[in-house]
Ligand binder design. Structure first.
Ligand code: PLP
Length: 316
């Protein structure tokens, strides 16, 4: 695919694009950090790139949107990062990958079409946007988060029962997630954990929930159990959660998957919201009540995330 480096302040997308008119598309948000000792190539290294590209492909498959090959995304991200680094030396970057169904009325309706030679071509719209990490997010991570539990209005079995709802895919339709965050702000909170109508803990609007318990071991030592909600409950599988679990497993922690209820979070030794941009942010309050925090575990989890391990397979 032919690449073009564009100025993000200039118009670049048709007003008929279904990504705009219907939120009909998928995306990924990755981060890039200075590559240690790299004299050659891109001065910034994308973290967990393979996991993000794999999840982009899964989301696109769920929406039946054709994607260019991973190598094209990698080339585009590298070109964007080079341009970004030239103007922002030493600054960490957010790298957003977007694929939409393309303009309304396009040949193939945004699906693969074959030209006369029988070669498939893509009719979606595809771009990579590189921008600086917002300082607000870094501050929130350090301060900790006051979180509201908000009802998502669907039960934990909906993903399996109604795949057309696209639960657990990273589609462009994030208006509801953003509305939940605005509601939280209006109530004096910083963030949200969605619950299902049958009372399970799900995820944040832009993050995965983790909780930990310190557990006495048979040999008298204290181990750590790290738990995240059940993936089958209609949540997005987090790349940060996956890589943290891989490192935690290597460190001898016990790993667990839900179902979790809000009372499990209250009784935990620590609760965190994690994502690629925010990293590991401790939750300090749930619905206005202070909950236990464990700065040592926060530091360990941040260290696990920084290892950038391949997630591997860890459970449901
Ligand atoms: N859950 C949702 C709904 C998200 O939008 C995100 C990321 O934006 C996450 C979880 C965390 O995913 P990751 O750790 O891959 O950034």
């Amino acid at each position: 695919m032919k690449l073009r480096v564009a100025d993000p302040r200039r118009p670049a997308i048709l007003v008929t694009d279904q990504g705009l008119t219907r939120g009909d598309g998928v995306f990924e948000t990755m981060t890039a950090v200075p590559a240690e000792g790299s004299g050659l190539g891109s001065p910034l290294r994308v973290r967990k790139e393979d996991s993000h590209l794999a999840r982009l492909a899964t989301s696109a498959q769920a929406l039946e949107i054709p994607l260019p090959p991973a190598a094209d995304w990698q080339r585009a991200a590298a070109a964007g990062l080079e341009a970004f680094a030239a103007g922002n030396p030493g600054v960490d970057a957010v790298v957003k990958l977007v694929a939409t169904r393309g303009p309304e009325g396009a040949p193939g309706g945004g699906h693969y079409v074959r030209d006369e030679a029988g070669v498939e071509r893509l009719t979606g719209t595809y771009w990579v946007l590189v921008s600086p990490v917002s300082p607000g997010l870094v501050a929130a991570r350090e301060r900790g988060l006051k979180v509201l539990l908000l009802d998502r209005g669907v039960d934990s079995g909906v993903a399996e029962r109604a795949p057309w709802l696209l639960m657990g895919t990273k589609s462009l339709s994030y208006a509801v997630n953003m509305a939940a965050l605005r509601y939280a702000t209006s109530q004096g909170a910083d963030d949200v954990i969605f619950t299902s109508s049958d009372g399970q803990v799900l995820e944040g609007p832009t993050s995965t929930v983790l909780m930990a318990r310190r557990v006495p071991q048979q040999d008298g030592s204290i181990g750590v159990e790290l738990i995240t909600p059940l993936r089958s409950s209609g949540i997005l599988p987090g790349t940060s959660q996956g890589t943290i679990f891989a490192a935690a497993q290597a460190a001898g922690w016990q790993l667990g998957y839900g179902p979790l209820e809000p009372s499990d979070l209250v009784d935990a030794d620590g609760v965190w919201l994690v994502s690629s941009v925010r990293l590991v942010a401790p939750v300090t309050h749930l619905d206005g009540e202070e909950i236990p925090q464990d700065p040592e575990l926060t530091e360990l989890l941040n260290g696990f995330l920084a290892e950038d391990r391949e997630p591997g397979e860890h459970g449901p």
